[in-house]
Design a protein around this ligand. Structure first.
Ligand code: M7G
Length: 300
């Protein structure tokens, strides 16, 4: 496959970032002299397998004792793998990768930013305009050109509609880490900052439909889902993250200063139609972000 040949010819330049908690590592290299990023993530244990009585003999292939003391024994182990039902890892290839991609996955210093409405108008709006273009191609491919249609769970093509599909972050196997992405059809909402009281009904409809569809498809009840947006998002076309509450997500994905619950957004808009135009919003931003490069923004 294309993936196999890309992995075969991948020439490592350097490791971008390693996270021992999410067991993820990102590497920068080249494939045919073009920049490529590979993100490797060790998968978690599949809970369905764990419910079988003899699951240990099924999944532990080999083990070697490290040490023991009193009633305690700890060991290294290799696990049996199965590409369909029990993959050992998930990987993402971004090829060809842009400078923006490389910066996003590179390790970087973080800053807490309190973005005022003035900062938003003066610096963030032009940044968003500059970030639209090519970077949203994958979104338009899904919405308008049938990309990923084999895995799309729900698609309402009306103006108020959206696509619900498995997120690139999900292995599609393990319900405990279920991660869906909901992308709206309309192209006039870049982020939470564009939402007003006029969107309340629209957002409630989307939320209800997501809960319905996710229950019927995966058996997950509404109170087992965390539905939220990111601010700042990586992609400025309005979308929601739909994640099993049992899954802490990857990295800072659900942290305070990044994730905002859809329920809170709706309530805030009910309380004040212009909530997200008037308020300062606090978030964590990496130094590699295009925003941080803007001197006026940095010094606000
Ligand atoms: P975000 O908050 O803009 O960015 O969310 P971040 O969470 O990556 O910082 C965009 C979401 O879309 C993320 O959860 C991505 O994993 C997901 N995503 C990105 N791409 C390029 C794709 C894609 O091509 N297909 C699918 N299904 N999901 C994607």
């Amino acid at each position: 496959s294309n993936l196999d040949s890309a992995l075969q010819s991948f020439k490592l330049e350097r490791a971008l970032d390693v996270d021992t908690q999410t067991k993820t590592a990102a590497f920068l290299g080249t494939v045919d002299n073009q920049a490529a990023i590979v993100i490797l993530e060790k998968t978690d244990l599949k809970t369905e397998a764990v419910s079988e009585r003899n699951f240990l003999s099924h999944i532990v292939e080999q083990s070697k004792v490290i040490n023991s003391n009193d009633v305690y024994t700890w060991a290294k182990a290799t696990l049996k793998q199965d590409l369909n039902d029990f993959p050992a890892a998930k990987l993402i290839l971004i090829y060809p990768a842009t400078e923006t991609h490389i910066r996003k996955y590179d390790s970087q210093k973080l800053h807490y930013v309190r973005e005022t409405p003035e900062m938003y108008r003066q610096f963030v709006v032009p940044h968003i305009e500059a970030m639209k273009g090519d970077r949203l191609k994958w979104v338009y491919n899904i919405l308008f050109h049938g990309a990923e249609s084999e895995t799309v769970i729900y698609h309402d093509e009306s103006q108020a509609g959206f696509v619900l599909l498995p997120d690139m972050k999900w292995d599609g196997v393990n319900l405990a880490s279920l991660y869906l992405c909901c992308i709206v059809n309309r192209t006039d909402i870049a982020s939470v900052r564009d939402l007003t009281g006029d969107h309340v009904k629209y957002l409630k409809n989307i939320q209800n439909k997501i809960k319905d569809v996710t229950f019927h498809r995966y058996g997950l009840k509404p109170d087992q889902l965390r539905i939220f947006v990111h601010y700042q998002p990586s992609y400025y076309h309005f979308h929601l993250h739909v994640v099993n509450i049992a899954h802490p997500g990857l990295g800072d994905g659900i942290n305070v200063g990044k994730a905002i619950l859809l329920d809170d957004i709706i309530d805030n808009l009910v309380a004040d139609k212009e909530f997200y135009q008037k308020r300062s919003i606090g978030y964590v931003l990496g130094e590699n972000s295009g925003l941080w490069k803007i001197e006026g923004y940095r010094n606000s």
